[in-house]
Design a protein around this ligand. Sequence first.
Ligand code: GLC
Length: 796
Amino acid sequence: MRYGYFHDENKEYVITRPDTPVPWSNYLGSMEYGALITNNAAGYSFIKPSAEGRILRFRFNALTPDMPGRYIYIKDQESKDYWSASWQPIGKDLSEYESTCRHGTAYTIISSNYKKIETETLFYVPLNRKYEVWSFKIKNSDVKNRRLSIFGFAEFTNHHREAQDMGNLQYSQFISRTYFKNNFILQSINELSAERTYQFFGVSRHDVAGWDGSREDFIGSYRSYSNPLALINGKCSNSLNYTGNSCGSIQIDIDLASNTEEEIVFILGAGDEEIATNILNHYKTKGVIEQELADLKKYWHSKLETFQVKTPDENFNSMMNVWHSYECFVNTFWSRTASLIYSNMRNGLGYRDTIADIQSIMHLDHKLARERLVTILSGQVSIGAALPLVSFKHNPGNEPVLGSLEYTLRNTGYEKYRCDDALWLFQAVPQFIKESGEMDFIDKIIPYSDQGEGTVYDHLKRALVFSLERLGPHNLVLGIDTDWNDCLQLGDRGESVFATFQLYLGLYEFKKFAAMKNLFDDVKWAESNREKLYASLQKYCWEDDQFVRAFTKDNYVIGSAKNSEASLWLNPQTWSVISGVATPEQAEKALDKVYNILRTKYGAMLFYPSFKEYGLPIAKMILYLPGIKENASVFLMAEAWIILAETILGHGNKAWEYYRTTNPASQNDIAELRQTEPYVYSQFIDGIESPNHGRSHGHWLTGSASSIMTAVVEGILGIRADYDGLTIDPCIPSDWKEFEVFRTYREKKIDISIKNPDGVEKGVKRIIINGESILNSCTLPLSKIKEKNIVEVIMG
Ligand code: GLC
């Protein structure tokens, strides 16, 4: 069943019926002020840092899945009927109530049509502002005049931290109050202290007919958002909150003549009386909203337009040109903090996830990627490991190290370093330099998180040394805590094959930097360590047709074909190829086995069968149900690497199959199975052992979108920035006859058209740039790239 469609031209996803299986959401705002909004106008808003900046309340996991939100109620003062401008919270019968939601790039438009009253509400956060606009248009398509009251409603948090607001009522109920100021409700929190903050909700262009600053008075006791007392009464009670719950509710009365329209502008934001007054005044001028929306679209569309594709696959185009790219930005903005799943409790940037996010926007906005990369490099500890979580209040050079009392008191949930975190730098740093051309970035001095500083080159070397000094009995990387898999608790004496592949690749990337800097001792050092790792990976980790996953301290081999459970793992097969360790024969065998055993209708599972007996303390994923999350689901971050690995082997059809079957858009017509938004990636899809195989969970903020983006750009499209130019080496499904990519590279525009007359999966026969053939290479050299370029590629 489908609930909506992609409108590529407008860069929107249009939801045509509001009763989606779960709320389908969108993000508004920027890194300063974020807002999550669902197709029924629910959701919440937050200012930076999101964990300490919640201003709108939201009830996670409530019975009606998305409440409360940005509600606009309408009361017909004659018929006494009332409804809402989004289907929920009133939830009128859908046989009489129509609703459409258009999610766009940082704006959402919800329209309704009920009893000859049409509404359209635009929600957005103006560029670089700390407030949001709800522009509500209402039209009377009846033959007679209609006397209506409109109620805008926003439920403020009493405390900016979710846990305090929802759980510590003996405190949070007594720190917030509201005031009415002419055309807005002003809420204060801790107003007598220096910590005070103010929030407001008001109306710009209309006279206020009534207001409520107390949620209890607006909703009434033993009532809910679906039948507020103010709507029953047809008027607010002009209440204010002193102890209890603050809200902003503003009533406007209008007489709407037949076939006329009115626009009411509500504003919600952070700021005191003066700020609120100024902001509300700003919207008195007509045309401001149209201009701001146009600016917002321009901002986002120009970001997305730095990389556009035109291929035979519509789903691929919709995702790449709009939604997948937009999700990568949202990931970068809000990391894993604020969604309908993450309730703002994680107060920082997860190290490896952030690196994945950085990589995913590299081709779209390398300046933003750089900013985050510098932050994340400064989250590396001077011994070479990395902080698992880099706080939003990160203070480089002064952060406590793991194991110290000060760090433990922070209660991050992490006690030890993970063996893989800093190793992801070997993906992101080279990728950034190749994309930006900023060759001296490698010499940039960046502080360590705890003490001292070093060049990026030093940072990388320390990461390698840290890992090399912590090898186990098989000469493989020790887990310390976990590796990429948060649930594989290998500890100080267990060894990770996956992280060893990463280290092997890291040494290779480092060696290239060392050579560029003429540091030949470092080149030799890296090379000899690579040889040793290669020998042990080949000696201990290869079984007839697969690589194993890990060795525990008791020498139990996780991911051995001999085991009765979890006997084949995806990551060691894919990473054996990505790292270059697998011989061509091993690579084919390992990926064939994945194809035969782990592949499902909805992508490849993380491993199979799930853990049911061998569990804690090492295989923590046993806590999850079979086929779920790290216990044998299709974990999409890992799906990225099978896509990439298949493209390295030149298997375009298989890479595409893994991509296509996990592309959210490919489940648009089976939304009742998928459940989460068909326009964004989720963290995982239930594996075959789940009764709901094919269902998705954990929307928006996830490494899935990030890692798959990299796999698609670098693997399938094969358009990779390099130190000395742009490489074009696609690996595609053989039935693609032609496709186009429009890309910006080092601020220059490159229009690439690729033809595949022989129906191959990989291989470039000819490249012509601006009429000139490139001989014996699929890299466009820098010297040939002009401001604007036309590139033709013939595969074969
Ligand atoms: C989640 C975590 C990520 C981890 C992955 C696998 O996506 O955010 O850091 O690598 O799970 O356990």
